[in-house]
Write a protein that binds this ligand. Structure first.
Ligand SMILES: [Zn+2]
Length: 598
């Protein structure tokens, strides 16, 4: 074996001595390949793939390639062999990675992700100091203006407004431009706050600049227009949707960043508690489809995201899944998304829904049950083989059922197909970098249903971290103490017994009997469970549970309305009906030590 290596090595040196160009090929190949592999090493972790295994495969390929290149005597065999050994594992990784990550993060040849992946920071910026670069509606680069360009102030205003909003992790920006004043607001994790803005003249010019990017009619100042474009921030391409309308009072602009990004969740990713998830999954059984599931949330509380997750629970290959939406945010693979608009003077919503039902779908998502005739159509006994997901833009199980009954117009007919109600709110998640642990006071512990004497650590947001003797705003959450949102939900099963009560208009008994039998947590109990597991803080739970936080439902006046429209207190959670008193928001002197160092 040793002599073999020796002979090969001799061969190497003789060929290398004869022709210095050939080794160059080997080294350049090895160099390029190691540059790619070193980039991929950080990518492996991000994609959640097995690090050790992939490091071994990629580096093994690199090494094997180099050895083949060095020790196979004939260059025209050794070099191609090196390439095959080196590139093979990289291609294999590419394929595995694309299968593992969501559509948006896949590497596609010529795709932005791949380009951004290899692009050096800031190369797309022609203007020093700009935070962002822009792409138009067709994804074509819009070069940043030169210093003398008259568009410069408008560009800089857009760069500042959108750049600062993105820096603060905003999902949305709202602008109102009046002749003498501009007001701007950003929404971060569902919380709206004021933002800085430029003068009315510059803001108007900025709006024209953004309209131009989105290929909208710049001269049209009145009619509502919607479009999209892209911004690039730190190599990441972010889709931006804008919607603008004007009146004599001024223009109103709404900007949403990457609206589709939460729309590709599966049911396990929605954030149900384990018992809730099990119940939700149980109605996915293709053998027992049929029936109506109401999905309820006040506007802005993540309803569309949950609705799409429910649709993704049905196999689009074996079930015909259709939707009728007014605001199409995201298309799911295999789902027939149909968009209804009032503007075209075409058929009304329920007629459009009727035509969808006629094509015998298996699953239908209905975005607006308040439209005339829609409830009646869905509840019609001859449609009982179809599973309907019906969005109801109200807060809470009771309000959702009341709205549903109102939409159908007959309490008995409405109760018939009802199988499940999911009501949800969005709750901010504590920032893991700066949350602070504390022991709840006996009073708080009691409200959280913690047995007396049991030691439990709760967490609260601090927004501060310590770096080398200095307390600074936490860089992960920009000092808010929270990063991202999760749903807090109540899953309510309408079983046969509950249905009988409902058909009689007795919502209270229906609610109590189902809660007793299925033992699923109510809204308040769900929120408190998320406090106990450290996902959120007691303060945040109280905020989302207090009626002021979420706009309460439409008036509960139904044609045949159930006797009770307020959710009855279910005896289950120790906290009972009353939300924890606001005084509970102040934990008894928490030990003030930030958990993480950075
Ligand atoms: Zn933080």
């Amino acid at each position: 074996m040793n002599s073999m290596t020796f002979l090969l090595a001799q061969n190497v040196s003789s060929e290398f001595l004869l022709d210095p160009i050939k080794p160059m090929f080997l080294f350049v190949t090895a160099l390029l390949a190691s540059a790619i592999v070193s980039k991929l090493v950080s990518d492996i972790h991000k994609c959640g793939l097995a690090s050790h295994k992939w490091h071994a495969i990629l580096i093994g390929g690199l090494t094997a390639g180099l050895f083949a290149g060095l020790f196979i005597p004939t260059f025209w065999i050794s070099w191609p062999t090196q390439i095959i050994f080196t590139v093979g594992p990289i291609l294999f990784y590419w394929k595995t990675r694309n299968a593992a990550v969501p559509e948006k993060q896949k590497f596609v040849i010529g795709g932005d992700k791949v380009r951004a992946f290899f692009k050096k920071r800031g190369t797309s910026k022609s203007l020093a100091g700009a935070q962002l670069a822009f792409k138009d509606a067709n994804k074509k680069d819009r070069p940043n203006p030169a210093k003398t360009d008259p568009i410069l102030p408008a560009f800089q205003a857009a760069d500042a407004l959108l750049g600062n909003a993105l820096h603060k992790r905003a999902s949305r920006v709202d602008l109102v431009v009046k002749p003498d004043a501009v007001s701007a607001a950003i929404t971060v994790d569902g919380i709206r706050s004021k933002a800085d803005s430029a003068t009315p003249e510059i803001t108007t010019a900025m709006i024209d600049f953004l309209k131009g990017l989105a290929a909208l009619d710049v001269k049209e100042k009145r009619k509502r227009q919607s479009g999209s474009f892209f911004v690039i921030k730190e190599e990441v391409v972010i889709p931006v949707s804008i919607s603008i309308a004007g009146s004599s009072a001024g223009q109103q602009l709404r900007i949403d960043f990457d609206r589709a990004h939460t729309m590709t969740r599966t049911i396990p990713q929605v954030g149900f508690l384990p018992s809730q998830e099990k119940t939700v999954q149980s109605i996915m059984d293709p053998m027992a489809r049929g029936g109506v599931a109401l999905l309820a949330a006040a506007p802005g509380q993540g309803l569309t995201s949950t609705a799409l997750a429910m649709l993704s629970g049905h196999d689009a290959f074996t079930a015909a899944v259709k939707t009728l939406e007014k605001n199409l945010i995201h298309r799911l693979d295999g789902v027939d998304h149909q968009v209804w608009t009032s503007a075209q003077g075409g058929v009304d919503y329920s007629t459009h829904l009727q035509s969808i039902i006629r094509r015998s779908p298996d699953v239908v998502y209905v975005e607006d049950a308040a439209e005339v005739g829609v409830g009646k159509l869905i509840a019609a006994p001859n449609n009982n083989e179809i599973r309907f997901y019906v969005a109801v833009p109200v807060d809470g199980v009771a309000a959702a059922i009341t709205e549903w009954v109102k939409s159908v117009g007959d309490v008995k007919l409405a109760a018939g197909p009802l199988r499940l109600v999911i009501a949800q709110k969005l709750c901010r998640k504590l920032c893991l970098a700066c949350r602070v642990g504390y022991q709840p006071s006996p009073d708080q512990a009691k409200k959280l249903g913690i047995a007396a004497g049991k030691q439990v650590e709760l967490f609260k947001g601090s927004g501060k971290v310590q770096t080398k003797n200095k307390i600074i705003d936490c860089p992960m959450c920009n000092g808010t103490g929270y990063v991202g949102q999760i749903i807090i939900s109540e899953v309510f099963v309408v079983d046969d017994e509950a249905r009988v009560f409902l058909a009689k208009g007795d919502l209270k008994s229906a609610y109590n009997s189902s809660r007793l039998r299925h033992k699923l947590p109510g809204m308040q109990e769900s929120a408190l469970l998320r406090v106990r597991d450290g996902t959120t803080s007691l303060e945040e739970a109280i905020r989302i549970l207090s009626p002021a936080a979420s706009k309460t439902a439409a008036p509960a006046a139904a044609a045949d309305k159930p006797t009770s429209t307020t959710p009855p207190a279910a005896g289950k959670p120790a906290a009972g009906k009353s939300a924890p008193a606001p005084s509970a928001a102040k934990p008894a002197s928490p030990p003030n030590k930030p958990k993480a160092s950075q």
